[in-house]
Design a binder for this molecule. Sequence first.
Ligand SMILES: Nc1ncnc2c1ncn2[C@@H]1O[C@H](COP(=O)(O)OP(=O)(O)OP(=O)(O)O)[C@@H](O)[C@H]1O
Ligand SMILES: [Mg+2]
Length: 243
Amino acid sequence: MAEVIYIAGARGGSGATTCAVRLASALAALGERTLVLDGDYECASGLETCGLQGLNVYTLADAEEGACRVKQAVLQNPASPNTYVLPTLGLKNPDYCITAVNECSKLFDVILCDGAALGACKRAIVVSAPYSASIASAKLRGARLKDGGIENVGLIINKVNGGLVYDGAVLSPQEFASVVRLPLLGVIPEDLTLPIGKIRPSTARAFDMTAEAVLGRSQKTYGTVKPYLGVTGYFKRKLRAHV
Ligand SMILES: Nc1ncnc2c1ncn2[C@@H]1O[C@H](COP(=O)(O)OP(=O)(O)OP(=O)(O)O)[C@@H](O)[C@H]1O
Ligand SMILES: [Mg+2]
């Protein structure tokens, strides 16, 4: 039976979908057959983030209408073997996601539910940006999930700029996690190649470390400040101050 994890953005645009998709690849690389339930039934943002838009024959909406089986709406991500996505574009009843996840549970090791099928999840991860404006929403997200009966709620801090942490302009990921009072599972650096569908090797490493933490195999998180130390780090920080 799959471990079913709800992925919740602390607020809009925190990177929940990006983290779900990239974490799925990292989990798959560790041998975990992983499904991402793309809970965006209006825009299919999960399908897009996987680079698979237009390649699907069915979505969960077709299964909902009886035009196919749930399994037939699942797509394999050719860029990342062992990773699958279930689009929900056009779905009428969001609760149908719960039925779908339960049906898929035997076929996968991990199912990451991006903003859907909360009722099928035993565990949750809040994805937050590291800025003070996100603290209250991350706290609230965590508290609501716990109030709803999910005891195991972890935190991924995404879009962390190590230069800003070094300068003390934003909280360190560890400080942020302790203020929000959620266990820190992952730290993902700001990576401006992600929005164009690419990923830096250091960001991929950060997701690999997060996957290890999600599986309970390690508690190490990616160090974002390191690239900003030393002589090259000094120039990086100076450059950033001017752009
Ligand atoms: N670590 C990162 N560094 C830089 N940009 C990122 C990072 N993570 C995500 N992004 C970008 O931020 C934008 C929002 O990401 P994403 O769609 O994953 O957020 P979301 O929380 O799922 O949003 P929504 O609230 O609409 O569901 C995208 O353009 C994405 O490429
Ligand atoms: Mg999203």
